[in-house]
Each structure stands twice: as C-alpha cells, then as structure tokens.
Design a protein around this ligand. Structure first.
Ligand code: AMP
Ligand code: GLY
Length: 441
C-alpha cells in the first residue's frame, strides 16, 4: 500500500497556511494537524492548542495520534532543537522531521557560524569580522576598514531586528556599544558580526535537501519595508514576487555552482546532516551572487509565491527527503508569475490592535487568500485579526503585469479595521522589464 502520512505541522503564519494548502492536495495525506495554526490552516486540518516550541506537548500528541511526519515551518523550534529532540527520544526517533537539526540550524541561528561556514567552503559573501564585549575597541577600529554605510549583525536570533545598517561611523559605534556592552539583544548580541555593505539587487533562492541531493525551488523577491517605495521600518515582509526578471538562467547557474553546491557539499564535509529547506538571502552585485544570510526554513511571504508555482506533490517531495531519495525527484515549476501582497494591521510593525473582524474572504475568486495572523472565534462565528500580518493575497497569471493587476483588483474585497497594504508590490520589476525592453529597442 502507498505510504500515507499523518502530519503535525508546526507554526502559525502565512507560510504554514500555504504549506497546509499544498499538502491538502496530496493523495499521500491522511490527516493534518497544525500547532498552533491559524484560521487558514484550520480549513485543511485540525489546529492544536499548544505552541510550536512546546516539545512536551508535541511529543505527547505525536505518540497519542500516530503522527508519522513532523514538518517545521518557523526557525525557532529548529534552533531550539526539535529535530534533535526527536532523534534522541527512542519512541520518536523513527519519525521523519522536515527541518534541520540544531547544529545545521545554526546557519540561521548564528551569523558568526554562517560566516565561518561560508569562509571555510569559499562561498561568496561580504568581508567580515566577529567581535565580543572584550574586543569592543578592535570592533570600532575595524569600522575604519569600510566606508559608510556600516552593517552590524547581532550573532543570534533577534526577532528579525538584529541587523542594523548605520549611515555614519558615529551611529555604528553607538550601535556597537548598545549591542556588545549594553546587551541590546540580550544573549543574541554577545557577539556581533561587522561586514562590508554590498550594493546590488536583493533576492532569495530556495532548495529542499535530504542532505545529499537537492531540488531548486522558485526564487523570490521580498518587499521588507512597511512603506511604498521601500520606505519606513523593516517588517517580516510586505509582499513577494516569483519569478524575477533579473534572475536570468546565467545568474541562477552562478547561484547553483558557487553557492548551492558548495553549501550542500560543505554540510557533508563538515558532517552536518540536513533535511529540509535552505533559504539563501542573496545580493546580485553586478551579476555576481553573494550570500547575505542563510535561513533554515522557507520564507514568509516567499512561501506564498513559491508553492503556488510548484506543480509537484509537496508531500511526495517530503517523503523522498525522509527516505533519502530526493535525487529521484523531478521538479516542475509553473512559468507563470505569482505575486503576494500582505494585508497588515494598522500600526504594524509597531503596536497594533488584535481581534478586528475580517470580512470578505469568501468574495475572493481570482486569488488565493493565505491567512497569517488570524484566528476563528466560534462564539461570534467570525474570523478575527490576531497578528500584525493578517492575510497574504496571492495571484498567479501568465505575466507580471497581469498577476499584479489581478491581486490589486481582489485586495479591496477583504476589509478589516485599520487594514493597510503596499500599493507597489512588483512595480520596480515592471519598471526593470520596461527599461530592458526600451534598451533593446
Ligand atoms: P539579514 O537579516 O541578514 O537578511 O539582513 C536584513 C537585511 O539587511 C537584508 O535583507 C539586507 O537588506 C540588509 N543586509 C544585510 N547584510 C547586508 C550587506 N552585507 N550589505 C547590504 N545589505 C545587507
Ligand atoms: N520574508 C523573510 C523571511 O521569511 O525571513
């Protein structure tokens, strides 16, 4: 009989709703549980009342419900060692976990570890050095080896706030003092990486790996700032596009040869098993790719544009990862363009209200509505906002322009108090294509 899976999916964002949506299309899925999930994952499976880092509850639930695959969406449980916990617990050890063990997750969990890994395996990245409180004065001197702007990175996880780009040396010195001497990010800033600022176009590449072979998933560009024209505060991501007109086959071949292959072989050389996704944050510097960060998971909202373009059965791919047979997979990607626009709560990424009723999701016909910060309240029979990023709307169409027009025609159909979204997701890429066309004419 064909393998069937009872899955526990950890996480509660737009990424997890998208993974749940994709898994629900698989014949290999028997049952899907999500911890803690959101109102979107509840449409495809059963949400559970415990957090994604509550190892005890995860353990008990997996055993009591015959779960035979754990899929980890966010980085936190991975960096805390959920995969190791399974391997080290006899009754859980045989259950495959999609997401790397703690040592490998340090590629995301420690900037210093990631930079050392890249240096050791000659993977192109910005020049850098790492400092601690004891070497504060050397850190200040090291700033003189670069020109403004200065890039400072807290070594550990700092809720996405640990990278600070300073316009002047004075600002950088103050920031260094805050991080190293005044524990700005607690333990996460006990060490700080100072690195060269790279000028270029940012994008992300993704692979799924069983540790030996890998499949390349669609690339994506995330719009990180809150305001139109890339202005204002950094967020978790306000929108995404895939594919990217500047990610030419020539550029992607360089990414594969210089970055993806040496990363996979580097993990093998260093004896670090890896089963799961690797997210490469890249800078395209005049056509040459550099790594600016690794993540040990899929991105959010990148997932909301990657998975709608993936024609493969995602659960079959996970099965091949679990059984070390990913080399037999053949990835099939739709050529169309996917765009996701995030609808967020007023005030995000600062303080915002929760519990606002969300209206109109059922009106959406020409887009996919992926829930992020939402919760279903059965007492009022209503979906309510439950986070800063509330919903990601994804349209997929033959061209970038059509996808953009499609998603923006659907967005006004959903309403909640304080709703905000950027008006310009994909606009820079349309201009890029126009310029290319004009130059070639
Ligand atoms: P990270 O958390 O490492 O992705 O950094 C957050 C953001 O800071 C990135 O998405 C880039 O926009 C920017 N960044 C990080 N490192 C560099 C760098 N070396 N040069 C230029 N920008 C950078
Ligand atoms: N959207 C960026 C991330 O998931 O890290």
């Amino acid at each position: 009989m064909a393998t069937k899976y009872t899955i526990l999916l950890l996480g509660s964002g737009g990424r997890e709703h998208t993974i749940a949506w994709k898994l629900s299309q698989s014949d290999m899925l028997d049952k899907l549980y999500c911890a803690p999930g959101n109102a979107g994952t509840a449409k495809h499976g059963t949400n559970l009342p415990f957090q994604d880092s509550d190892f005890q509850s995860i353990h008990q639930f997996v055993i009591a419900n015959n779960v035979n695959m754990l899929i980890v969406g966010p980085e936190n449980p991975l960096v805390l060692g959920i995969h190791d916990y399974f391997l080290e617990t006899p009754e859980l050890a045989g259950i495959p976990v999609i997401g790397p063990a703690k040592h490998a997750a340090m590629l995301e969990g420690s900037k210093d570890f990631a930079k050392e890994f890249m240096a050791r395996h000659t993977i192109p990245t910005a020049a850098y050095q790492t400092f601690n409180a004891g070497s504060f004065n050397s850190a200040v001197d090291f700033l003189d080896t670069f020109h403004a702007p200065y890039v400072l990175k807290a070594d550990g996880l700092a809720a996405g706030k640990g990278v600070v780009i300073c316009a002047t040396k004075e600002e950088a010195e103050l920031e260094l003092r805050e991080m190293l001497l005044n524990s700005k990010f607690g333990k996460a800033s006990e060490k700080v990486v100072i690195e060269q600022f790279l000028h270029g176009i940012e994008m992300s590449a993704f692979v799924l790996t069983d540790g030996n072979s890998y499949c390349i998933l669609p690339e994506a560009k995330d719009y990180k700032r809150i305001g139109n024209g890339d202005t204002g505060l950094n967020t978790g991501g306000m929108g995404c596009v895939s594919p990217l007109p500047f990610a030419t086959p020539e550029f992607m071949a360089k990414v594969e040869d210089r970055i993806i292959k040496p990363t996979i072989s580097g993990l093998q050389i260093d004896n670090i098993p890896y089963k799961g996704f690797i997210f490469f944050g890249l800078m395209n510097v005049n056509g040459e790719p550099f790594v600016i960060e690794y993540n040990c998971r899929l991105g959010d909202p990148e997932t909301e544009v990657i998975l709608p373009r993936l024609k493969n059965d995602l659960l079959e791919l996970f099965h091949l990862v679990a059984t070390n047979k990913l080399s037999s997979a053949k990835i099939d990607i739709a050529e169309e363009t996917a765009i996701c626009v995030m609808m967020v709560s007023g005030g995000y990424p600062g303080t915002y209200a929760k519990g606002m009723p969300v209206h109109g999701i059922s009106n959406i016909q020409n887009a996919l509505a992926f829930h992020a910060g939402t919760a279903f309240n059965p007492t009022v029979n209503q979906i309510l906002t439950n986070g800063g990023r509330v919903l990601g709307l994804t349209a997929i169409a033959p061209t970038l322009l059509e996808a953009k027009n499609q998603v923006y025609s659907q967005l006004p159909l959903i309403t909640f108090d304080g709703c905000y979204y950027r008006d310009d997701i994909g606009l820079d890429l349309l201009h890029y294509v126009e310029n290319l066309t004009n130059t070639n004419e």
